[in-house]
Each structure stands twice: as C-alpha cells, then as structure tokens.
Design a protein around this ligand. Structure first.
Ligand SMILES: [Cu+2]
Length: 352
C-alpha cells in the first residue's frame, strides 16, 4: 500500500491496476455480466474458457457472472477451504502417544486470485493457503515434505520444537524429501511457512498454511472457519494488487457465508499478508471475543475490530442475535476495496 492515489497514472499500461480490481469487485457485487477492463488478453481467454466450462446441460451458464464475476470452477474453492481440516493419518505409538502423519508437497502452480486474474504461485499441496494441519496438544506430528517445486524450500512450523526441526537451516532442494517430527505444543492457533530466502518472496508466492493445535480439552462446539488474510502482488512491483481472506478477492461477497442465528461461530484468523505491516478484521453489527494466538482460553478483548501484524493470529468467537447480511472486512479501506471484503448471511436457526 505504498502507492498514493497520484501514482495510478504510472501503473497504467502494466496490465492489472488497483483501480481495475476495484471495478471488478464492484461489477461482481452488482452481478453484471458485461466485460470488464480487468479481463484482457490471456485473462479474457481464460475467462471465456471458464464460461464455457460452467455451461450447464441446458445450455445456460451455470454461473450468471462467469465472464467477469467469478473464478473458474474446479480450482481452489475458498468456501470449502473454510472448513477443511487435515487431521493426518492417525495411529498410536508404543508409548500411547497419538501419532499424526501428514504429506505436504511443494508444487509450482498458477492460481486464480480474482476472476480472470492469475498468479504464478508456489504452493503446498497445490493450494494457497496450504492444508490446515490440525492436531491436539501433545500429539506427535510427523510431516513428510517433498519439494516438487523449482526452488529450494522448507516448512517452518511455529511452535516449540528442536532446532533441527525448525525448517530454517536445512534447505530442501527440488526433488528432495525432508521429514519434520515434533510434539505439538503449545495449543493455539499457529502457522507454517517456507523459510527459504529471500523470505518475503517465498512467503508471498504462497508457501504458508495454518497449523492448529487444539487444547487437550476441546473448545466448545462451534461453527468453525479458517480465515487467512493474504495479498498478491500480481505485477511484481513489491506491492499487493489483490487482498483477500483465503486468496480470492471478494469471494465471500459473491458467495456470502451462511451463519445461523444464535449459533456460536469461531474464526481461526491468521495474517500472512506480505508488504504491508498490518492487516485487520472488522465485523459489522456484532462484537467478538478475541483470543490472541489461541493459547489462552480466557478472551483478551471484546471488540469489533482486531489488528494483526504479519504472522500474528487470533481465535475469534461470536454469535449473531440478528438475522440479515453483515459485512466483515479489513478496516483499512484500501484493502477492503481491493478484495478483502466478505458477507455473513445470518439466517434463522434451523430448529427455530
Ligand atoms: Cu520457499
């Protein structure tokens, strides 16, 4: 966000500009099908391919907004990602300790970060963010990491573990495998990411994911959602053009998240945004309890706006008493206008 409004002219002609993104977001929100200045060249070809692929058996488009309004089907699905937890392959060690084994492969892959906007990502298991690794405090975690990418990578897990399991000094070259093994501690909401240098580039390219360690006594039952605040520098000028939770700008505005009145919601919120020092989460029409780093079961704050530095995370809990549509977004207006914007659609309880 270093650029000021006056720099827009300098951005022109470089393809996607921040203003184009804004237009795309507005178009998507209004449900327009007209071509956007955002969609140009190969992006236009990809969008029309997406439109063709989404055509249903009736001959009509399955997605009204397929041309500019939505990402292609079949790729990363931000709605599914909210609730996808990888608990590993579970077994019991002779000591009685639970062993959880995970497979993570680094893959170079082009991803769609806004309708028709593609980004040459480096991924864990093909998606950005990578899989949400979930376990319980005290479990033995064993991660088999294969570097199938084109650059040296590692996995640096946040947590308490041995120095040679920290994923910092032992570079994993393309084609090599490394096994990370440690006991999961402390409980809380952590993250993992590549620690190869230049670090900023390896993280921003997409090599990060959520590492969730549940407390020994599980938290109360809730509608749980993982939200990773991230950004993408689509023209490699050292500045983000697209901001989002879970990668795709405006996705939860196009596809509001359905919540139920009176139900406890829990958001596992992680900030992996590069280039900007802070990001934030603002909830409309409600307040939430925040548990910073998720390492304490007593909440720290009761608020409607939480600021997180890069790498910080917090567990948020809230219940809606009112039905209707409520926004959630970065309180930095610029981030919100460039994609970090979503809607909760709160409906009556199913058994009401
Ligand atoms: Cu890397």
């Amino acid at each position: 966000m270093r650029k000021k409004d006056g720099d827009d002219g300098a951005e022109r002609g470089r393809g996607l500009t921040r203003r184009d993104l804004l237009r795309a977001g507005v178009a998507g929100a209004a449900g327009l099908t007209a071509a956007s200045p955002l969609v140009a060249g190969r992006d236009r070809a990809a969008a029309s391919l997406a439109a063709r692929q989404s055509r249903g058996p009736s001959g009509h488009d399955a997605h009204d907004m397929a041309v500019v309004g939505d990402i292609r089907p079949g790729g990363f699905d931000p709605v599914a990602y909210l609730k996808e937890f990888d608990v590993g392959r579970v077994s019991t060690l002779p000591t009685g300790q639970t062993l959880r084994e995970y497979e993570i492969v680094a893959v170079d892959r082009e991803i769609e970060v806004a309708p028709g906007v593609f980004f040459p990502a480096w991924t864990y298991n093909g998606s950005v963010p990578g899989p949400t690794i979930r376990c319980t405090e005290g479990d033995r975690v064993r991660v088999r990491f294969v570097n199938g990418g084109s650059h040296p990578h590692t996995i640096h897990f946040h947590g308490i573990h041995a120095a040679d399991m920290d994923g910092v000094f032992e570079m994993v070259e393309p084609g090599q495998t490394f096994i990370y093994e440690f006991d999961a501690e402390p409980f809380g909401l952590h993250l993992y990411h590549c620690h190869a240098i230049p670090l900023k580039r390896h993280i921003h390219k997409g090599l990060y994911g959520v590492f969730l360690v549940d407390p020994p006594q599980a938290r109360a039952a809730a509608n749980e959602m993982v939200m990773v605040m991230n950004g993408f520098d689509t023209n490699f000028d050292g500045d983000n053009e697209v901001y989002a939770v879970n990668t795709v700008g405006f996705h939860y505005q196009r596809h509001p998240i359905v919540l139920r009145q009176g139900e406890l919601n829990r958001v596992y919120l992680v900030n992996t945004t590069e280039f900007d020092l802070i990001n934030s989460f603002h909830l409309h029409g409600n307040f939430f309890r925040s548990f910073r780093t998720g390492t304490n079961l007593e909440h720290h704050e009761f608020t409607d706006n939480l600021m997180l530095c890069q790498g910080e995370r917090a567990v948020l809990e809230f219940t809606f008493n009112h039905t209707g549509r409520f926004m959630f977004h970065a309180h930095q207006s610029e981030f919100a206008e460039l994609g970090w914007m979503g809607i909760f659609d709160v409906r009556e309880a199913l058994n009401a």
